[in-house]
Design a protein around this ligand. Structure first.
Ligand SMILES: [Fe+2]
Ligand SMILES: [Fe+2]
Length: 470
């Protein structure tokens, strides 16, 4: 499974044996590079960045580190090896052989799933486009760029599937993935959270913690797919995704150096802390509330006949499908979802699979928030960050537009309006956080609002030249 880097498009799928496909992808490649120039990390063209690049998909080869000039990064097509005799293990086709090609009757749904996933990858690069100009250290700048190049590669992963398995409409979809833009008024990205701004580094860390984790859950569900090429490509994407969430979790943890300053100054007064150049905890909580609520919307409506179809036809499984102790067909199972008055009701589980995935996601999100709280606790600070109630600030499904507090209390429209400034980032919060964003480019130096990391990338020292500007 070694990746052939002598070809124009590095790959481990024997691309050179399929001349038509190779030509089609080589035709898309310059469009991708143009998009990267226009919409990718601003001003990064001449930098040498200490990046990891995959040379094979096995444990030894997937993380090779070296300084790379950013536009020379070798985006390519890497699939995990096929498992001999792999069987479909859920839905109506359970027990049958996994598919190497797309069954005609599932073509439209599969294409839609792949396009929706593919659309998020370049979207996040666009959202993060300006962050390099305000990186708090070379270490952070390098992590941003690592995430950006890998999201670019995830786009390649989906475009390969579209080109190889979906003919002309697949090629058109691949073009459209470069034509839509995050936040564009007339041609936006498909999902709402991917049209939001990521204007500062607190937003970036919250985004990579919460929204890249949505990516993890979607990819985990797709890695169960009966369509084997989709399963194998998402399995490899997941190895890269872990670092993105690490950047988010450790980034917020480092910003919680606020706790030390609170101790030193003996205050929890946000204004005094802001004057000291750190971000007060209530503001961090409001950012958390925003990113969490935007992200839980990504899982879709709590009841969805599409979700049922995707599962029953074998296109998309559950998180850790094989760990569920049931029949993996789910025709007779039920699941509890929330009504608009926040009471629970039982519905057929097949229809509630978006909610099942959302609930698994919420559990996973909460564990890292617990680790952030241990930092506050150890510093002797009496403040707990919390994951808001899942009905808070929702925009999809029956919970959309309800006025629910972060604790899960139904409040009046008036109370909701009055409490906005305590629950979600205000323009003043955003302006303050923005005011801290100055670029730090000296080796081993870190902006005041954020602590240095506890270990370097690939065990390099803290003052390593993670980025060379040339
Ligand atoms: Fe991704
Ligand atoms: Fe990611």
């Amino acid at each position: 499974m070694t990746i052939n880097y002598s070809e124009r498009i590095p790959n481990n799928v024997n691309l050179s044996e399929d001349r038509a496909l190779q030509r089609a992808l080589e035709g898309w490649q310059p469009n991708f590079l143009n998009w990267w120039q226009d919409m990718g990390p601003e001003g990064s063209t001449n930098y040498d960045v200490y990046l990891r690049t995959a040379v094979s998909v096995d444990a030894q080869g997937w993380a090779q580190f070296d300084h790379v000039k950013m536009p020379d990064y070798r985006w390519g097509i890497f699939l995990n090896p096929a498992k001999e005799g792999r069987k479909i293990h859920f839905g109506d086709h359970k027990g049958e052989a996994a598919w190497d090609s797309v069954p005609g009757e599932y073509r439209a749904n599969l294409r839609r799933i792949i396009v929706t996933q593919g659309d998020t990858e370049p979207a996040s690069v666009e959202q993060q486009r300006h962050l390099g100009l305000t990186a708090p250290s070379l270490y952070d700048l390098r992590n941003l760029f690592q995430i950006n190049v890998e999201e670019g590669r995830h786009l390649w992963a989906m475009v390969y599937l579209l080109h190889k398995y979906f003919g002309r409409d697949g090629r058109e979809e691949a073009e459209d993935l470069l034509a839509r833009n995050s936040g564009s008024a007339d041609n936006p990205r498909i999902l709402e959270a991917f049209n939001e701004k990521t204007p500062d580094w607190l937003s970036f860390f919250m985004f990579t913690y919460f929204t890249d984790r949505d990516g993890k859950f979607q990819l985990k569900a797709l890695s169960e797919s009966a369509f084997d090429p989709l399963a194998r490509t998402t399995q490899f994407m997941l190895t890269e995704e872990a670092h993105h969430m690490f950047v988010g979790e450790s980034g917020v943890a480092r910003i919680l150096r606020t706790a030390q300053v609170m101790k030193e100054l003996g205050t929890d007064d946000p204004q005094r802390l802001r004057s000291a150049g750190v971000i007060d905890l209530p503001t961090i909580q409001r950012y958390l509330n925003f990113h969490f609520s935007k992200t839980v919307d990504l899982f879709g409506a709590d009841e969805s006949s599409n979700a049922a179809t995707f599962y029953s036809t074998g296109l998309k499984g559950r998180y850790d499908e094989e760990k569920h102790d049931d029949d993996h067909v789910l025709k007779d199972s039920e699941y509890r979802v929330l009504s608009a008055d926040l009471t629970e009701r039982s519905v057929p589980m097949l229809n509630a699979l978006n909610e099942v995935l959302r609930d698994d996601y919420i559990k996973d999100s909460a564990s890292g928030v617990g680790r952030w709280n241990r930092i506050l606790n150890k510093a002797g600070i009496d403040f707990e960050l919390t994951v808001p109630h899942k009905a808070f600030n929702r925009n999809i499904g029956p919970l959309a537009g309800l006025t629910i507090s972060p604790e899960g209390r139904v409040v009046s429209q008036e109370q909701w309006q009055q409490s906005q400034s305590q629950w979600l980032p205000t323009p003043e919060d955003r302006a303050f956080v923005q005011s801290l964003m100055g670029r730090v480019t000296e080796q081993g130096q870190y902006a005041n609002y954020i602590a240095p990391p506890s270990v370097g990338i690939n065990k390099q020292p803290m003052d390593f030249d993670y980025v060379r500007f040339n």
